[in-house]
Design a protein around this ligand. Structure first.
Ligand code: SF4
Ligand code: SF4
Length: 67
């Protein structure tokens, strides 16, 4: 199962990764960072296929996917 990591310090909360994941591994956090951003977070990666769409779509290189 791939490991998906959101690098909160780079996330600007645009939500593109959440929208693009076909198996709903990601969501927007309820928390707001000190910088005023509501970042993406990983829900569950059990269905993650490692397709890299989240990584590819992120404009700020804030998502890493490891096999
Ligand atoms: S790699 Fe693909 S399936 Fe896995 S979290 Fe990213 S978009 Fe979703
Ligand atoms: S696409 Fe990148 S910047 Fe946008 S919410 Fe997802 S991790 Fe954050």
């Amino acid at each position: 199962m791939p490991e998906v990591r959101v690098l909160r310090q780079y996330c600007k909360g645009c939500g593109l990764c959440v929208a693009v994941c076909p198996v709903h591994c990601l969501r927007m956090s309820d928390e707001v960072t000190p910088g005023g951003v509501q970042p993406a977070e990983v829900v569950e990666t059990v269905d993650c296929t490692g397709c890299l769409r989240c990584h590819t779509v992120c404009p700020d290189a804030a998502i890493e996917v490891y096999e």
